[in-house]
Design a protein around this ligand. Sequence first.
Ligand code: ADP
Length: 344
Amino acid sequence: MVAFEGVTKRFGDAANAFVALDGVDMTVGRGAITGIIGRSGAGKSTLIRLVNGLEKATSGRVLVDGTEVGALNEAALRGLRREVGMIFQQFNLLASRTAYDNIALPLEIAGLDRAAIRARVGPLLDLVGLGDKAERYPSELSGGQKQRVGIARALATSPKLLLSDEATSALDPETTRSILALLKQINADLGLTVLLITHEMEVVKTIASHVAVIDRGRIVEQGPTFDIFTAPKHETTRILLSSTLGTSLPEWLRSGVKAAPGAGDRILVRLTFFGATAFQPLTARLVTEIGGDVNILAGSIEEIAGEPFGTLVVAYPATPEVLERAARFYAATGLSTEVLGYVA
Ligand code: ADP
């Protein structure tokens, strides 16, 4: 649906050019929800603005449905923007217009008559759950309701692609969840392709099937969200993930971890489970097969892109017999393990 081919974007003149995007290659699958995650200043907004022609690549190509965006003239760009909706962190609603009139705006610009506009805006208000708020002004709406108006407005011209620029970053966690659920529903019901940028791993984890990690203008890692979250390869991804997944150790445990074992110390191991069904029986078998002297110290089960993912931090005696039994158990079950250190 969207392809970036060797895309570079420089700002400023040649002498003090700032490279915001540096050789970006990436594709966004049709009908998927794809997330681009990175820290502030990584180049996310620049990347997304290339898709609807708000910025132009310095070199390389951006293709939407096979059409090169950078090669379009003004008239063709206006046509493209009807096919590509966009929602924003600060909603960008017109304060002087009601919810209804904000949603109607792109249809007025497209030249539809009042009856056609009414036939379109009514169902859109219902779709985003604001059927009773048509005549409210933005100042009379909550943040979540404003974003719902923004989503309805973005959908007014029946686009095939929706761009989301930090759409939930100004919202509280509960409202964020409801807006993400709405985006997911629209993606499923309308088959709309969604490309979102965010600095929050939680957003990607909740709705994106695919993710690209951007760092200083380069895509450092991309693929299915579950794979990237459970086996991150790049340091930037690991740092972004550390605050999200339950993979960081609780403070009371972390402070006591040693790199090398002392006499009588126990080995501290993190086990990773894929799939909820595997979790229960394996936990029970772990205790019986390694021996009764296993402590379970921390653990969690999360859902990543709809799939369960569990971690368990355990400690047991670092004696040759116990280590041997554990190794046999891990080999037989295919459990993924990581030695975190040693504890007294
Ligand atoms: P992000 O969305 O990840 O926070 P941006 O794409 O907004 O990052 O910005 C990437 C870098 O490009 C930043 O360092 C920013 O200052 C710079 N930048 C963005 N737009 C411009 C511009 N119009 N002129 C000069 N520098 C810009």
